[in-house]
Design a protein around this ligand. Structure first.
Ligand SMILES: Nc1ncnc2c1ncn2[C@@H]1O[C@H](COP(=O)(O)OP(=O)(O)O)[C@@H](O)[C@H]1O
Ligand SMILES: [Mg+2]
Length: 355
């Protein structure tokens, strides 16, 4: 039997986007936001039938687990750097474009920043130029390529072809793969390529150097802005291409790439503390629990910071787990007792136990 909440779930359930394939990326770009979920107070909760209650709790769990993307100051600043680099990408095709490098520790929101920015970019071009190119190819303004451990030159090209669904992805030789990848990018008129998890390339190793040189070659061949995303890229010598210090002035990457650092939140000054509170308030407004109220999270600002050290990944985990506990135990709000019952990720727990 269907009810309001089961219907909501059928339209707004958990979505699987496979961003590394064009179909999945397109679905992500085109996805509409979830329909808002109604908050019921305790009286209304008590009047639900057991089936309705189970559906409502499931709907709330989906809703609470998908916190909105907040325009944090880190995000706004990164967008502005990317806007500047993209502005110069209007250079004619024979001139080299710059690239952006989002470089920071894990779990601060790098992938979120890059994918959201690329999604908006994709939508704008689609709206202006339509779904097909003049030659009748599918227009794909953005390609998203996440790397995996120990990636080689061949692996990189294969991943690019897989994104475009090119049938040659598994067969062609390494050199042929490279030109096929360029063909895909040109025929679909891709303008931005996001390469995520770039830290999987070891720039000091021969394989890594090959990949790094190939990325430079691709940047020369294609009228595309590259957005590189990874951890500790400066330390991993991405910018100086693994060259020895006395040769590193020859590194082209350093001159072409604009670094965009993203930091975790900190609460050491008033303005930082305010930013942390702004974030908590935005999450607080989203959460659907019967006894949720303004101040529910901001009053726990210090404790939430202690538990998460300002890392968005740990914060979103602790909040959606706390929501789940609040529903399962009938507490219907987040307070210190609920937080104490939540286990977060390993790094968060270890760091919190030292404070
Ligand atoms: N601006 C944001 N607003 C809300 N949640 C965010 C934001 N940025 C990141 N997150 C949350 O933090 C988690 C980790 O972010 P992610 O972008 O994967 O980090 P990274 O790529 O740096 O490891 C995401 O799953 C997302 O839920
Ligand atoms: Mg990431």
């Amino acid at each position: 039997m269907s009810n309001e909440w089961a219907d909501w779930l059928s339209r707004n359930g958990t979505r699987q986007f496979h961003l590394a394939r064009k179909a999945g990326w397109n679905a992500f770009v085109q996805a509409a936001g979830r329909e808002p979920l109604r908050r019921l107070d305790r009286g209304a909760l008590a009047r639900l039938s057991p089936v309705e209650r189970a559906d409502y709790d499931e709907a709330r769990t989906v809703w609470n687990a998908n916190l909105p993307t907040i325009r944090t100051s880190q995000l706004v600043r990164s967008y502005s750097i990317m806007d500047q680099v993209v502005a110069s990408s209007r250079r004619d095709g024979d001139r080299l474009r710059g690239s952006v490098v989002i470089d920071s520790p894990a779990g601060v929101g790098k992938t979120t920043i890059a994918t959201r920015y690329a999604r908006d970019f994709h939508r704008r071009i689609y709206e202006r130029e339509g779904a097909l190119t003049d030659e009748g190819h599918q227009r794909l303004p953005v390609a998203f390529i996440p790397l995996s451990a120990g990636v080689t030159l061949k692996g990189l090209n294969t991943k690019i072809l897989e994104f475009y669904g090119h049938p040659g992805a598994q067969r062609a030789s390494t050199t042929a793969l490279g030109s096929l990848a360029v063909d895909c990018v040109l025929s679909c008129q891709t303008r931005m390529i996001v390469i995520d998890e770039l830290h999987f390339i070891d720039f000091k190793h021969r394989n890594g150097m090959e990949v790094s040189n190939h990325l430079k070659w691709l940047a020369n061949e294609m009228p595309v802005t590259f957005v590189y995303v990874g951890m500790e890229l400066e330390a991993k010598r991405f910018f100086d291409e693994g060259l020895l210090p006395d040769q590193s002035t020859y590194a082209q990457t350093s001159r072409r790439a604009t670094r965009c650092p993203v930091s975790p939140f900190d609460i050491s000054s008033d303005s930082h503390y305010q930013a942390w509170n702004y974030l908590l308030r935005a999450f607080e407004e989203h959460i659907v629990l019967a006894d949720a109220r303004p101040g529910m999270l901001t009053e726990l600002a210090n404790e939430l910071f202690r538990r998460t050290q300002g890392f968005l990944v740990s914060l979103t985990n602790i909040i959606d787990r706390a929501c789940w506990i609040a529903i399962a135990t009938g507490t219907e709000r987040i307070d210190e007792t609920v937080l104490a019952a939540v286990t977060v990720d390993n790094a968060g727990e270890r760091a919190a136990s030292r404070r």
